[in-house]
Structure formats: structure tokens, C-alpha cells
Design a binder for this molecule. Sequence first.
Ligand SMILES: C[S@@+](CC[C@H](N)C(=O)[O-])C[C@H]1O[C@@H](n2cnc3c(N)ncnc32)[C@H](O)[C@@H]1O
Length: 207
Amino acid sequence: MSIEKAYNLWAEQYDSNQNKTRDLDGISTINILSKYKFETVLELGCGTGKNTLWLLEKAKKIIGLDFSQEMLNKAKEKINNPKVTFIKADLSQPWKVDNEFVDLITSSLTLEHIKDLDVIFKQAYSKLKPNGIFFINELHPFKQYSGSKARYESEQGTEVLEVYTHHISEYLTIAKKNNFKIIEIDEQFDKEDEKGIPRLISFVFQK
Ligand SMILES: C[S@@+](CC[C@H](N)C(=O)[O-])C[C@H]1O[C@@H](n2cnc3c(N)ncnc32)[C@H](O)[C@@H]1O
């Protein structure tokens, strides 16, 4: 099943099913981004708008891109605010957003579905204003090495999504190639398993 179709089917239960990765992303996104000032935001793979709701507390303008119409429909049910525009778009294609338009780009739990990270970093650089921030929160590659993949249960059984493993070195190399500086790297652990494999990896890059 295509990634887009899988998210269209997942949308109905995405916000409510048990999902430690989603919940830890919500907490760590707030912890990390609270430290930064931003007014204009581009959210890559905004999904059902889980993080958009918090970003709205600080931002004056948010554009959320996602290729799953059903995930976007959930976001639109949750958020009806003139500051927010949701656009159906494939992130692997050119983003219809003005260059040097935003101070913050965020991407949570989305880049594991994108094969070519260079396409993302190249566009992120051009859409950010000078000194703008690119925040990435992803399933930790160590989790992926141990077999963890985005998945959900449906009446048809377990649906395992198509994912790509991006090593930490790959993020850093591609960021550098696209002229980003790294200003933060962090790892997020499950509360009950702080000595185990980290669940998420977080990067803050600056243009
Ligand atoms: C796990 S969800 C994360 C949603 C939200 N960021 C969150 O943290 O709850 C991943 C999202 O990425 C979107 N996505 C995956 N690949 C994409 C692509 N190539 N273009 C646009 N959206 C994509 C999916 O439709 C889905 O909504």
C-alpha cells in the first residue's frame, strides 16, 4: 500500500490509538521549540495538526504541508484559524511556498517516509529567512536498526508503512552540503526505559 493511502486509512485513529512515538514527539517538540522565537512557520508533514495547535500559540502564520487528504481533513476539523493554511502537497516535489518566507520549518515523524533527504534540505534552505531554524524530530535510526517501523492496527490486521532509514551521519552530511549549521542534537527516551534505545532523535539546524 502506498504511504499516502496508508495515512489516509490511519487518519481516523491517528490521534487516539496508543502511540508512544507520537506522544513523545509532542512533548519533545514543545520542550525544544519553546526556546526559539518564531512568527512564520512551515510544517512539513503536519498530519492531523497535533503540533500545529501548539505552534499556533506562538506563531502569526503557519503553512502545513501534507499529502494525505484524510490527515489534513482531521487537522482542519481541529483548527479553523485564519493564521493557518493547510495545503495538500507531496514534499518530494517543489513546495509552493515563497522563498525566504518563514523563520521556522518543523518536521516531525515524516522524513522516515522520504527517500531523498537532499530534496528536503535544499528546499528548506530556500524557504527559510536568514538565520531561520529547521527542526527535525524523527524515529531514532537505532530504533529502525532494531526493526521498529511506523505501523497501526486495522480491521484488516497490522499495516506496516514504507520507511527509509536515514543514519545520523546522513542528516549531518546533507545538512552541511546545504549550508546549514547544526545548533542542537538531542535524543528522546521513553520514561520507563531511560537506559534503553532512544525512541527519537531531534536536530535543530540554522540557515
Ligand atoms: C507520522 S505522521 C506525523 C504527523 C505529524 N507531524 C505528527 O507529528 O503527528 C507523518 C505524516 O507525514 C505525511 N507524509 C509522509 N510522506 C509525505 C510526503 N512525501 N509528502 C507529504 N506528506 C508526507 C503523512 O501523510 C503523515 O501525515
